[in-house]
Design a protein. Sequence first.
Length: 139
Amino acid sequence: MKEEFNERLNTLVARKKSNSVYLINTARYQDFIKEVKEIKSKPYKDFEDYKMLASYDVLDVNGRERMIQPRNEVNPSIKFYVPLEELFGVLHTIHLLFKHANIDVMEAELKTKFCNVSKEVIKIYLTCCKTCQEKKSNT
Ligand SMILES: [Zn+2]
């Protein structure tokens, strides 16, 4: 199932060809973290730097640096960016935790913890779940 998902995900990434942070691999994810940290340590920041810091922040989680959405009064909770390679694990956990959750439940649940898991990606995941596909064809 994981292979099938990643294959479809790669097709989506290839089709998009965008610089969108919604679909970034681990290598670019690490680059982003490096860049954000560099900007943060700069004594003088320019407009581009502030733009970067408005969207990305780095948080140390048990010795592992993770990219998060900057927190503020409106959004005080931590929301993580997920690299492509980890998407399957994240989706799979939520899907099974909520007993083969549908797209709406998954989206609502994922939104509370992650900031770059799109509905499109959830849809791809669901088409890869045999149990859900069978349920669908039976009703
Ligand atoms: Zn399922």
